[in-house]
Each structure stands twice: as C-alpha cells, then as structure tokens.
Design a protein around this ligand. Structure first.
Ligand SMILES: [Zn+2]
Length: 256
C-alpha cells in the first residue's frame, strides 16, 4: 500500500528483503528498527525536521506517567475500532497514541511522522505496527482508499490527502488543543474547531464532537517535559511542580 515519494513518481512500492522498490528502481531501505524512511531532500526544511530526541523522550515519559490516559480513553470510546480496521495515524510522533489503541484492538496500524527520531522510537516500542518517515504536508505515500480510519492528533490537516487515502464512508478523527489545554502554562487559547470543520468540508461530514479534559499534579521534571514539548526553550528555565490541564477537542468525520 506504500507509494514512491521521488518527485512525481508515485508508483507502488514492493518489499524486497531489507528495502522497498518501485518499478522505476527508486529504492528505500528498511531501518534496523523496522521503519521506512520515505523523506525526500526537498522535504527537509531543516537538517532534523520535526521533533528532536529530547522532546520525544519527554513526551513518552508524559504518556507513560498516565496523565494523558483519560484523553486516550475518550478517543478509544469514540472510535470503537475492530481488527477489520486499517488505521493511519498521520503526525503520530513517538507513536504512543497509535500503539495504545492498537494494544486494545489489533487492527492493521500505520504511523507516519516527519521526525526520524520519533519514528525510530515508535518502531522500537511498537514493532507490530508499521512506521514510516515522510512529509504529510506534501502527500501521504499510500495508495487510494488504503485506510478505513485516519487519525490526526494535534497534527496538521491535509484534507485532500486524508480523503484520497480513505475508502468511501471511511472515518477521520481530528484532535485539536482545546482553549483550556495547558492553560496554566500558556494562558487561554482559542477554539480551533470551526476552522478545522471549514477546512474538511465538503470532503468530510462531521458526525460527532466531544471535548476530553484531564488534569493532573505534575512534578517539576514532568512540567519541564511539557514545556519542552510546546516551546523548545533555548536554555533551561526553572520550573516548579504544578497542576496542569490537558484538553482536546475531538471531531469525528465520515468521508463523503
Ligand atoms: Zn519511484
């Protein structure tokens, strides 16, 4: 179901030993940890696009501490996936969300992110899912109608590509930071749902909307992990233990 990312090639890729090949002989190696890097030179706006290793480690610590578990439960309840589903998490980061959903329901799981260290961490932790490095803003390197469900969890939206890789009546779940997300650190944000619905209409029809909110007491190192995941501060700044709010607006669509 993967397609070639070289310029306008877009031919199907087939696996051959430790690499993927297209009919025009473009080739992509499978990394030792099991992911495939489909990133092209023009996709790299910087030498290390996406999240850095330090941010990835911090984000995984946060998921493992359990503070985001109530949000994940809400996502799982909204989706009720079965093992007949084929799921893409685009902008999946270090893979905790897809990995946790897959642990509950053994669907065919695919994760994509532009960060090599994030995907490497995902592939090591969740070897039963498929992981690729690619630039989802350009196009999603999968065949038309490959998925029954696409997830975009606080990632960028690419409505035409989401629609193309989803089969008819396939589902799309978007998670956006809600106005009270991390309000203690960054103040009140704005409601992003109307703009997202606009961007996804008419290719998609909104079927359900929920707000999932959790709050937790975090120690100073955990607060630092959260800060690094949202700001990339240039130098260490003193932080204290505090109670933080995590809040997502969840929008479920079907492909029209
Ligand atoms: Zn090719």
């Amino acid at each position: 179901m993967l397609i070639c990312t070289v310029r306008d090639c877009r031919q199907p890729l087939t696996r051959e030993d430790r690499r993927y090949l297209c009919p025009r002989d473009h080739s992509f190696d499978i990394a030792r940890s099991g992911y495939v890097n489909l990133l092209q030179p023009q996709d790299r706006r910087s030498r290390q696009p996406g999240d850095t290793a330090a941010v990835i480690v911090g984000r995984r610590r946060l998921h493992e501490s359990g503070v985001t578990a109530p949000l994940l439960r809400e996502v799982a309840a909204m989706l009720s996936t079965t093992n007949a589903d084929t799921v893409l998490d685009t902008g999946c980061g270090e893979g905790s969300v897809l990995g946790a959903l897959h642990a509950k329901s053994a669907f065919d799981a695919h994760g994509l992110d532009i960060s090599i260290p994030a995907i490497d961490a995902a592939a090591r932790r969740y070897p039963d899912c498929h992981w690729i490095v690619a630039n989802a803003d350009r196009f999603l390197p999968y065949t038309d109608g490959a998925f029954s469900l696409v997830l975009s969890i606080t990632a960028r939206l690419n409505a035409p590509e989401f629609r193309r890789v989803l089969r008819d009546r396939g589902r799309l779940l978007i998670a956006l930071p809600a106005p009270d997300d991390l309000v203690e650190l960054r103040g009140a944000g704005h409601d992003r749902t109307a703009r997202a619905i606009d961007a996804l209409t008419p290719a998609f029809t909104l079927v359900e909307q929920r707000r999932a909110t959790a709050s937790a007491d975090l120690d100073a190192p955990a607060v630092r992990d959260v800060l690094h995941s949202i700001y990339r501060p240039k130098r260490a700044q003193p932080v204290e233990a505090m109670r933080l709010t995590f809040s997502l607006d969840l929008l479920l669509f079907t492909a029209a």
